[in-house]
Design a protein around this ligand. Structure first.
Ligand SMILES: C[S@@+](CC[C@H](N)C(=O)[O-])C[C@H]1O[C@@H](n2cnc3c(N)ncnc32)[C@H](O)[C@@H]1O
Length: 315
């Protein structure tokens, strides 16, 4: 499903946004959130409009390129008319499909990776042994900057009990274990004996093996078996996407106030933005993202870190 973006420089973004939403409200479905965001949906497709300090940002989506051109035209024509004295220029970027979106460009990714606390020898060796021991699956490992983020978040919440869903070869587990308070523990869940076998030497070498409890079983069973009054300080969910919602529920109900759930891959490579992707994991992730945004038990923020990371903090 094609998506196209236009950035329209203007000094009156909120005014034109309000005018456009009010005017098109008579012939299309419109919504307005506060004074800076609105949407227009017509039979052709929809367009989200955001007033920013630099102007208006438009994101148009439609089922095909012909319909995209129609919704683009409706929005652009009205904007240009409302801003007659300014001579607005609406230039749409070439359409992309949701699955091709790169939330952060590879160039920026590289820069980020080179400007965080570097990997030490243990992490470096674990990345190498993962590439050699599980070559086809090594891409599942968190990138190093995300690992640093996990260590930092674990320290920031002063975690004594952490839970991880999705151990793989133990890189993220090690990052969490390193952030724990002196007497802290991390329970990590996976089903693969083969992959997790690669983790043990690294955990030993890093001197954190005694803080890590690896449970080899379907994660939902492990989580449900936790005492109802267990107190989780931080959790990292990075496993089968269809299971996320159930993991989230088991974790949130045990999360202490101020505790954090960290969810990985919430963009699914951009596919969550594109309704054309309707496989079970796309639908599940889209629904979960919507659910968390409205979940009153937590305050949440979605970060464009790698493939998208949501932080949900228990109120
Ligand atoms: C993306 S990888 C985790 C990567 C890991 N966090 C890291 O940084 O190296 C996903 C892991 O989830 C595990 N997994 C998938 N479904 C699972 C389930 N139902 N229960 C427990 N683990 C599961 C897989 O075996 C795999 O190791």
């Amino acid at each position: 499903m094609p998506i196209s973006i236009a950035r329209v420089p203007t000094e009156r973004p909120a005014r034109y946004l309000k005018q456009l939403i009010a005017h098109l409200g008579h012939k299309a479905t419109t919504t307005m959130t506060g004074t800076a965001r609105g949407t227009v949906t017509t039979g052709a497709g929809s367009c989200a409009l955001t007033a920013t300090p630099l102007g208006l940002r438009l994101v148009a989506t439609a089922a095909d390129e012909e319909s995209l051109a129609r919704i683009q035209d409706v929005v652009a024509r009205h904007l240009v008319r409302f801003a007659a004295q300014e001579e607005l220029i609406v230039e749409w970027a070439a359409p992309v499909a949701g699955g091709d979106l790169e939330p952060v460009s590879p160039l920026v990714d590289e820069y980020l990776l080179n400007h965080c606390t570097p990997a030490d020898e243990v992490l470096h060796d674990l990345a190498t042994s993962t590439r050699e021991g599980a070559p086809r699956s090594a891409g599942m490992q968190v990138a190093h900057d995300e690992g640093v983020l996990l260590t930092m978040l674990t320290k920031l919440v002063g975690a004594r009990f952490a839970v991880e869903v999705g151990t793989f070869t133990g890189y993220s587990t090690l990052c969490i274990a390193r952030g724990l308070a002196a007497d802290g523990r991390v329970l990590t869940c996976d089903t693969s004996e083969e992959w997790t076998a690669l983790a043990h030497p690294a955990w030993e070498q890093a001197g954190v093996a005694d803080r890590i409890d690896l449970k080899l079983a379907p994660a939902i069973e492990t989580l449900r078996a936790l005492p109802a009054d267990a107190v989780i300080d931080i959790a990292f969910i990075d496993a089968d996407k269809e299971g996320y919602r159930a993991y989230y529920e088991e974790i949130v109900r045990r999360l202490r106030p101020g505790g954090l759930v960290v969810l990985d891959n919430v963009f699914l490579g951009g596919r969550v933005l594109d309704p054309a992707y309707q496989e079970a994991d796309h639908v599940a992730m889209r629904e979960l993202n919507d659910f968390i945004a409205g979940d009153e038990r937590v305050e949440s923020v979605m970060l464009p870190v790698r493939d998208g990371v949501t932080l949900a903090r228990r109120r």
